[in-house]
Write a protein that binds this ligand. Structure first.
Ligand code: C5P
Length: 221
């Protein structure tokens, strides 16, 4: 059994991928499975934390011992995370949040008309929840952790993103070529606002999760 080094702590984890509706039957979405976020939730429960898991469109079984809040869109995820973050010691944003959503939601199913070209889809920007949390720190001393999937210049892009978002830790994964998305394994590097850089070797998503909690515990102490 794991060391209960998160006992007495409340941690909030977002997982999955948001879906931004175009009409009642269609959405813009992404391929995030939610597996890394669920692994973070399971390992945090095992280490004694009170866990709130904000789950966006995952279809995965609820982790035992966690409070699970199901959400669909980025706006719903933002509401749920900010509310739960009010008394959280750490917030880990593992969810893939859509950067943009359709500017207009059609109340009825959008129809194709014979002989007409399809209309372009206008998009508007979604709020950046990680940047907002990092700036506001709903609870003083709270630790904020982000994830970044990068396809190239992984370290340089990760450093720039850490600074831009203002979070304490950023878990950077290389994606593409069958890496990370939907699989049970992951690898990467955790960059710290303190300048630290912790490589995470290839392994189960549970192992990566435990290494993230190690870094969180060390910084909460
Ligand atoms: O900017 P990018 O999408 O690469 O950043 C990824 C990180 O930011 C993840 O931790 C994700 O959960 C978070 N994010 C967010 N709100 C957004 C977009 C991303 O919280 N609108």
């Amino acid at each position: 059994p794991a060391e209960p080094d998160l006992a007495g702590r409340h941690v909030v984890i977002s997982a999955g991928g948001t879906r931004e509706p175009l009409d009642p039957v269609r959405f813009l979405g992404n391929r995030s499975s939610g597996k890394q976020g669920y692994a973070l939730a399971r390992t945090a429960v095992a280490r004694g934390a009170r866990v709130t898991l904000v789950a966006a469109n995952t279809g995965l079984p609820d982790p035992a011992g966690a409070r699970v809040l199901a959400v669909g869109t980025a706006e719903q995820l933002r509401e749920a995370v900010l509310k739960a973050a009010a008394d959280a010691d750490a917030v880990v944003m593992a969810a893939a949040v859509a950067d943009f959503r359709p500017a207009v939601y059609a109340a009825g199913k959008i129809k194709k008309k014979d002989g007409e070209e399809p209309a372009p889809i206008a998009l508007v920007r979604n709020p950046d929840i990680l940047a907002e949390l990092s700036a506001e720190r709903p609870r003083p001393g709270q630790l904020v952790v982000g994830f970044a999937a990068e396809t190239d210049d992984v370290l340089a892009n990760g450093r720039a993103k850490l600074a831009r978002k203002g979070c304490d830790l950023l878990v950077v994964n290389e994606v593409g070529n069958g890496k990370a998305f939907g699989t049970d394994e992951n690898e990467g590097v955790v960059l710290g606002a303190d300048g630290s850089s912790t490589p995470i070797p290839h392994g189960p998503k549970e192992a990566l999760a435990d290494q993230v909690w190690d870094l969180v515990v060390a910084r909460l102490a």
